[in-house]
Design a protein around this ligand. Sequence first.
Ligand code: ADP
Length: 697
Amino acid sequence: MKRIPSMIFLLAIIICGGIVNEAQASIVINQEKTGKYNIYENMEILEDREGKLTINDVSSPTISKQFKANNKGIPSYGYKSSVYWMRFEIDNQQRTERYILEFPYAPHDSITLYEPTVGNEYTSLYGGDLLPFSERDRKHRHVTFELTLAEKETSTYYVRIKSEGSLQLSVVLWDEEAFSEKGLREYLLFGIYYGATLVMVAYNIFLYSSLRLRSYLWYVLLIFAVSMTQLTLNGFAYQFLWPDFPWWNNRSIVFSIALSNLAGALFVNKFLEVRNYARVWSRILQVLSVLNMGIIGVLLLSYPLALHLVTLSTILFIPVVLTTTILCWKRGNKAARFLFFAWFIFLLTGLISSLSDAGILPLNIYTRHASLIGSLIEMILLSLALADRVKIIQMEKENAERATLLLNEELEERVQKRTEELQISTEKLLSMERSRRHLLSNISHDLGTPMTSIQGYVKAMLDGVIEPCDQNYLGIIYEKTLYVDRLIQDLYDLSRLEAKQASFYMNKGKVGEFIQFLNAFEVDVTSKNIVFQLDSKLSQNQNQWILYLDLNRIRQVMANLLSNAVKYTKENGIISLEVIEFEDFYKKYKERQGHVEEIAVSLEKKVNSHSGKSLVIGVHDNGKGIDSESLPYIFDRFYRADAEHYDTYRNAGLGLAIVKEIIDYHHGMIWAESLVSQGSSFYFTLPIYTGEPGENK
Ligand code: ADP
């Protein structure tokens, strides 16, 4: 494809000297038979600006002198309105034989060969794509004429060429054998080229139908347009596709170049998703597409204008595409590297082809068809880029599937977790509901029982069954009312504590003062002849530590714990209070570890969740103790470890629940150890105040 020919040709001609004003040597056909003679190397050229000269004019002595020798390369004139005349002499030193004169550049509009006859007369033979293909002298893709060269004769030929398109004054003389050999070689090459093109078109149409990606469609259009350009340039299109439409043949080259620029711009834009990498260049490509669409429209009105515009668009197209691909590549679009190499090779081979046509590079079958080979490589590379895209899509699909799978797993996990949480909260709700019912039945039972007794005694008094002023029964009634009153008070306290509505009046005080406060409880226990002991294991320094507490509430705690201890301890028993720093307590406890394993574990947990310094206050008795099954529940509301002796002890099972709430409020811990018949130990902790807000409040 000659997309950049005229400028380079002109440059080449300037560099190489081109046409000189001296007579040319004849083309001699002698024994050193080569089969091919490059006429353009030994011909003379005349530019006829007006296009009015006839064969008689140009062969006349005056104008004849104005012919200038072409001493190098194939003369090329870009787009010119002038008529060009060529003159060459063939000297046949061999026997009479038929030769073929070929004009290898197919798109010329009109070529007239003037063949000398007898005297100074000439017969004219016509060719060029303005002439219907069927009227050609020989049915070949290029304009070819048959020459019969007589033995030992020298003949002068004139050729008149006119074209609205690019002019390449290439003329070659072949003997018939060499010409057919060359034909075979060329057809093989073209067969490979067009065969590969067809395969790629079919393959990409297939890919488009399964992937539905628009870039494949533009790629198919691009291959179609590029091959169409090649077919037109090589003369095959005129020979096989539209032999009877010279008008269209003349325009088809501009049409197919504009179409390849259009498809190329659309393809690059869509395939590289240029707007995501270089917005401005995406716009430029869009403008190029519109320009080329416009050129196709202009072609119907003015061929020369369309020709100039398509040249301009092609000159713009190459750098735009190269810059765009480089930018996209640099900005992380991997597919751009294929595209860059594809267009780069395309450009390079186009250059090689043009330079060899200009005679700067040697003209052989490879250099002549370099652009053809380049466009084939381009198509293959672009195909690879598209295949790469398929791979990327595949990978993206797999990644997406993997991500979906992970997401599903995560979702499943979450659903499971939520279900578990829901189950837990449902269970909690159910247990709360159970506990509420339990609470109500306990309350009604605990209130109901003494009330029924009171009613019974009062009724008996009223009925005269017992004396109305019987001190004994009045005492029982009074005790029962006291019990009901205490129960109601405890219930009220507990409900307010549980609902966090109870008021606490927190104050700071030294540990030493607190020990004195504990000492005062001696009075509470001595009633049953029980021995009271207070054992403080604190240092002088530790006595200076500060506690932050509501003393009245702590008094309630101590009263409940001590009243229980008194309640469950026989006369002459011992109740002792122990005050110790938590770490010392823990060390002490560790020394006797293995004593009760379960307590060790729960204590370990308490230590882990414990932060900062604390005091441990222990209340020990040597009473009846609590069995290990009841021990975990004694801090629950209405729980009585010894229900059988309900009446004996008159306990409602609320005292420890209240104690626990108060200790919780002070950020302390409470637990109990007990051995049946040996006694019980209740421990609670109180944090040492360090002055940090929130820690002890
Ligand atoms: P109450 O106020 O009725 O004593 P608590 O909540 O204080 O109820 O105690 C709950 C249960 O724990 C009691 O019914 C009793 O069985 C048991 N208990 C509490 N303290 C002791 C102790 N020092 N010795 C033996 N058992 C105790």
